[in-house]
Ligand binder design. Structure first.
Ligand code: SF4
Length: 362
């Protein structure tokens, strides 16, 4: 194996296996990896455009029976001091603020509440769409779909169909972390397994529900498990029926350990810009069948996100009018609309506001 042969395979959009991806990840010079990823990005997304989005993260509830060790946001359902379920009045206020800021979408996420079943979510989505038909619902994720199916005694496909009929526009790739069951047993034992996560996404792709994929890295996983995660995502995307959305974007982000149970167990999240840039570049190279790679400025900050735009990423994500989960574990980066446009221009690109399907809005 040598880097030149693997670069050639990548340029021909041939699948790299986990061994080959690991060889590049650990052995290729960062500048070469970024240049290769930049070339692939420019062949995939034409022009000098970098997209961004305005949405608002609203947390449906913080009650959660999962207890992931990296999550400072949730609380036990019986913790009466801390538990909340967002009320209709709060949704109304937050949506009206979002629309006033030219936002077009709610990113709705929350814990695995033991009592909120399919009927409850259908009612919520229907009511939000009835009052605000223009707002798009980018909501839940495979662990929530799996959990709602379990407590509603349904299969995930029925849950997805009913939620789509009620107003679900797209499914975030939340809760992927690292798609390896040994890793999941250590950091999120209460969540669905790697195969269950992939199965929910496979079903969503068959139903032509637009989705994204994520990876949270830098905790207990090995580098091999990291690249295997990419390979699993790429292979699932290859199964997507032709013409359906599949994974529209891939978003890797780093684990932030501050105040988490994992930190108490001695697992510290150490941010390395070089490692992040390597991860973005490898994502573009391995995931040749996913169009958009997002730089997660929220977790890595402006400068590193700007560099990522030169090494495979073509999107800056959302200005996130409200974000509670990553911020609760130590991420403190902030942008407004002018700031994100400026950051994209400073990096040498043309900013374009987009929606969840990457259609331009300006
Ligand atoms: S990450 Fe999600 S599923 Fe895990 S504990 Fe937090 S709220 Fe619950």
């Amino acid at each position: 194996m040598n880097t030149g042969i693997l670069y050639g395979k990548a340029l021909r959009r041939e699948n790299l296996d986990a061994e080959e991806a690991l060889f590049l990840y650990t052995g290729a010079p960062l500048a070469e990896l970024m240049a290769l990823a930049d070339r692939l990005r420019r062949e995939t997304v034409s022009g000098n455009v970098v997209t961004w989005q305005i949405d608002r993260n609203v947390n449906i509830t913080n009650a959660c029976i999962s207890g992931c060790k990296f999550c400072n946001f949730h609380c036990r359902p019986r913790d009466r001091e801390r538990v909340f379920i967002t009320s209709p009045e709060e949704y109304a206020r937050k949506i009206e603020e979002t629309l006033a800021l030219n936002g077009d979408q709610l990113l709705l996420q929350g814990g695995l509440h033991p009592d909120l079943d399919i009927d409850w979510y259908e009612t919520l989505f229907r009511e939000l769409k009835r009052r605000y038909p223009a707002i798009r619902l980018h909501a839940l994720g495979p662990p929530e779909i799996f959990h709602i199916a379990r407590i509603s005694r349904l299969d995930p496909e029925t849950v997805l169909k009913r939620l789509m009929a009620a107003g679900l526009d797209s499914l975030p790739g939340a809760g992927a972390e690292i798609l390896d069951n040994d890793v999941r047993k250590r950091i999120s034992p209460g969540k669905c397994s790697a195969d269950q996560w992939l199965d929910v996404m496979r079903t969503a792709h068959r139903l032509n529900l637009a989705t994204s994929a994520t990876m949270m890295y830098g905790h207990v996983e090995t580098l091999r498990q990291r690249v295997e995660h990419l390979v699993k995502i790429r292979d699932l995307q290859a199964e997507c029926p032709p013409g359906n959305y599949g994974f529209i974007a891939f978003i890797p982000w780093i684990f932030r350990s501050s105040g988490t149970r994992l930190e108490a167990e001695g697992v510290k999240g150490a941010f390395s810009p070089q490692e992040y840039l390597r991860t973005i570049a490898l994502s573009r190279i391995v995931l040749h069948n996913i169009r958009h790679i997002q730089a997660s400025w929220l977790t890595v900050g402006k400068e590193t996100a700007q560099m990522a735009l030169h090494g495979g990423a073509d999107d800056m994500g959302s200005i996130m009018i409200e974000e509670n989960v990553v911020s609760a574990a130590g991420a403190r980066n902030r942008f407004d609309a002018a700031g994100i446009r400026q950051a994209i221009r400073e990096a040498g690109f043309t900013p374009r506001l987009r929606d969840q399907l990457y259609r331009f809005r300006d």
